[in-house]
Structure formats: C-alpha cells, structure tokens
Design a protein around this ligand. Structure first.
Ligand SMILES: [Zn+2]
Length: 97
C-alpha cells in the first residue's frame, strides 16, 4: 500500500512540473516567433521600397507639348506621328493607315 500511495504522488508532482515546463516552453516559443516576424517584416519593407521606386519610374510618363493622345488607340505619340485631326481628336498614322 505504501508503494501504491507514493506512486500517484510522484506522478501528480510530475504533472505539475510538466505543466509549468510547458508554460515556460510556450512563452519561449512565442518570444522566438515574434523575433522571426520582426526580421521577416524588415525584409519585406526593403523589398517594397525597391518595388515602389521601380513603379514610379514606369508610371510617371507626362505628356509633352510636342505629343498628343490618339483618340483611336489612346496612345501618347509624338507630333510627328500625327496623321490628322479626326472627329473626336487627333489620330495617329498607325490608326489612319
Ligand atoms: Zn492611334
């Protein structure tokens, strides 16, 4: 009986220790995951900055005074590509051909 009485005691103590150990491990895991996220975010920010610079270079195409927007293909073309002024606006040589 003595040995049977000691056995559950030990297991109960072990369970308590294991639960506390699990809590400590969980907190450790959370801290570790947060550190990983921060490092990942910094990497994404760098990549986003590079992409935004590329986008600006492509998007900024202001129409110059010597250019016109073809009313048929809606492409900004140089005045040398102007064929004639159509019913709705300038028409480029490609569209007039
Ligand atoms: Zn055109």
């Amino acid at each position: 009986m003595a040995t049977d009485y000691d056995a559950p005691r030990k297991s109960a103590e072990d369970e308590t220790d294991s639960i506390e150990a699990l809590k400590e491990r969980r907190s450790d895991n959370q801290a570790t995951s947060i550190d990983v996220d921060e490092s990942d975010n910094s990497g994404f920010e760098l990549a986003g900055a590079d992409l935004s610079n590329v986008e600006l270079d492509v998007v900024v195409v202001p129409q110059q005074d010597n250019e016109f927007t073809c009313m048929s293909c809606f492409i900004v073309r140089h005045q040398s590509q102007l064929d004639h002024q159509g019913e709705f606006g300038p028409v480029c040589r490609e569209c007039a051909a």
